[in-house]
Design a protein around this ligand. Structure first.
Ligand SMILES: [Zn+2]
Length: 423
C-alpha cells in the first residue's frame, strides 16, 4: 500500500483565507501531508504531526512548494460533440471519441486537474469515459458526468442525441439518463454555439424545465442549465433549477447585459453559477497583435469576441460581489466548437483574480466549493484527514500569486503520484 509523507512550505486546505505554514506559528518546519493508500491520514503543520507508526513512509521533499487540493473543472467536454478533423477525414466514431477523451483528460491530469465534471457528451460516451477512468483501466481524473445534454428538437447540442420535447418527453429523457447512470442532468435552456440556435432566446418552457428538476430531485441529484439569454435564466429560476452554466445575460442585441434583479434572484434562490470565463480568452491574446492585418470580417469577429470576453469578466465580478457561489469551468475540449483547452484551468483562476475576486475565494471555487456543489464534498476538494488524496504541490504561494497554480511540481490522484518533477 502507498505510504507517502509530502513535505512542503505551505498548505492550502481549501477552505481557509490564509495558508498554513507561513507565519502561522508552526515554526520553520513547514507542513506535512501523509497519505496511506488512497486516503489522507494527516495534513497540517509538520511540528504538530503525530509520530508515524507502522511501515515507513516514502518521504517527498517539495521545498518551497505549496500543497493544495487538486483542481476541479466543473464545466468541461473531454469528448467532442462534432467530428475532430485532427483524427482524420472520416466521421469520428464514438469509440474513437472516448479514446481521444481519455487521452485529453490524462494530459490535463498532468496539469493538476484531478476532477472533471463532464457537462455533456454524445450518446453513451461520457459514461464510457467514466467507466474507463474509474475502473483503473487508465489512471485518469475523477469524473462526474451528465451523459447526453437534454435539449429541445434542434436545440443547442442536439448532435449528442439528447433531444426531448414536452413535459412527458423531458420526464422520460431524464429518467432514462439516471437509469443509464449519469450523475446529474444538463439541459440547454437557451441557444448556444450550435448552428441554427439563438443565444439570446430561451428554448425549453418552464414546465419542461420543472419536469427535469423533479426527476433529478427523485434521484438525489440536480439539474444544471446552459443559459445565455436572460429570458432563459429567468425560466430556470421559475422552474427551480439550482445551477447555471455561463449565465451571460444575453439580450436581444446578442450582447451581455447584467440584469440586477435577476442577479438578486440567483443569489436569493441559492443558485450556483459556473461562468466559463476563459472562452476565447487565449484566442484573443494570440490574435491581439494581428488585428491590423485582418480583413473586415476578421476584425469584426475579433472585436465581437473581445467585447463579449470583457463583459463576461465583469459579470463574474458582479456575481461574486453579490454573494453568489461561483465555480470554475473551462468549457474546454477539442474541436472547432471548443474555445478553450482542457489542461488550462489555471488560466480561468487567473482571470477570476484579474477581476478582483480574492485569491482565497478563487481557490475555493476550484476546490472545496466545487466539490460541495457537484456532490464530492465528502470525498475530495480539501486537504483534511479522511478524504481521498487528490492533491497538487505548486511552485510558490497561490494566495499571493495565482499563477503558481499553473506550475504543479507534483500531482497525486487517488494516492498515486502521477507527476513528480525532478524525481
Ligand atoms: Zn459547455
Amino acid at each position: 500500500m502507498n505510504r507517502y509523507e509530502l513535505r512542503a512550505r505551505r498548505l492550502v486546505v481549501g477552505t481557509e483565507t490564509a495558508p498554513l505554514g507561513d507565519g502561522d506559528g508552526s515554526g520553520s518546519d513547514g507542513v506535512v501531508v501523509r497519505v496511506v493508500g488512497t486516503t489522507i491520514q494527516y495534513a497540517g503543520p509538520a511540528a504538530a504531526a503525530p509520530t508515524p507508526g507502522g511501515d515507513p513512509f516514502t518521504v517527498v521533499e517539495l521545498g518551497e512548494a505549496t500543497l493544495m487540493p487538486g483542481l476541479i473543472d466543473c464545466h468541461a467536454h473531454p469528448i467532442p460533440h462534432a467530428d475532430v478533423p485532427e483524427l482524420g477525414p472520416e466521421h469520428t466514431r464514438d469509440g474513437v471519441r472516448v479514446t481521444h477523451g481519455l487521452d485529453e483528460m490524462t494530459r490535463a491530469l498532468q496539469h493538476g486537474i484531478t476532477t472533471f465534471r463532464d457537462c455533456g457528451a454524445p450518446r453513451y460516451t461520457g459514461l464510457a469515459l467514466r467507466q474507463a477512468s474509474e475502473s483503473g483501466l487508465v489512471h485518469g481524473p475523477r469524473l462526474v458526468v451528465a451523459g447526453r445534454v437534454l435539449c429541445p428538437t434542434g436545440g443547442h447540442a442536439h448532435g449528442g442525441g439528447g433531444e426531448v420535447d414536452g413535459v412527458d418527453g423531458m420526464l422520460v429523457g431524464a429518467r432514462q439518463q439516471f437509469k443509464e447512470g449519469v450523475n446529474f442532468i444538463k439541459v440547454t435552456a437557451t441557444g448556444g454555439g450550435t448552428q441554427g440556435t439563438v443565444r439570446h432566446r430561451a428554448t425549453f418552457t418552464v414546465p419542461e424545465l420543472a419536469a427535469a428538476v423533479e426527476i433529478a430531485r427523485q434521484n438525489d441529484s440536480y439539474v444544471t442549465a446552459h443559459a445565455h439569454a436572460t429570458e432563459g435564466i429567468v425560466r430556470c429560476l421559475d422552474a427551480g433549477v439550482t445551477m447555471l452554466e455561463h449565465a451571460t445575460f444575453v439580450t436581444e442585441d446578442g450582447r451581455e447585459h447584467l440584469d440586477k434583479d435577476v442577479l438578486l434572484r440567483i443569489r436569493d434562490q441559492g443558485v450556483t453559477v459556473c461562468p466559463t470565463v476563459a472562452v476565447h480568452g487565449r484566442w484573443l491574446d494570440e490574435h491581439e497583435d494581428q488585428v491590423d492585418a485582418m480583413d473586415d470580417d476578421g476584425r469584426a469577429l475579433y472585436e465581437r469576441r473581445r467585447d463579449s470576453f470583457r463583459r463576461r469578466l465583469d459579470l463574474v465580478a458582479e456575481l461574486h460581489n453579490a454573494g453568489v457561489r461561483v465555480l470554475m469551468g473551462s468549457d474546454g475540449g477539442k474541436g472547432r466548437n471548443y474555445p478553450a483547452a482542457l489542461d488550462d484551468l489555471a488560466y480561468s483562476l487567473a482571470l477570476h483574480v484579474r477581476v478582483g475576486i480574492p485569491a482565497a475565494d478563487v481557490l475555493r471555487s476550484a476546490t472545496s466549493d466545487a466539490a460541495d456543489a457537484i456532490g464530492l464534498g465528502g470525498t475530495v476538494g480539501r486537504l483534511v484527514a479522511g478524504l481521498e488524496a487528490d492533491l497538487i504541490a505548486v511552485d510558490g504561494d497561490p494566495l499571493t500569486d495565482i499563477t503558481a497554480v499553473a506550475r504543479p511540481a507534483l500531482v497525486m490522484q487517488r494516492g498515486v503520484v502521477v507527476r513528480q518533477d525532478g524525481a
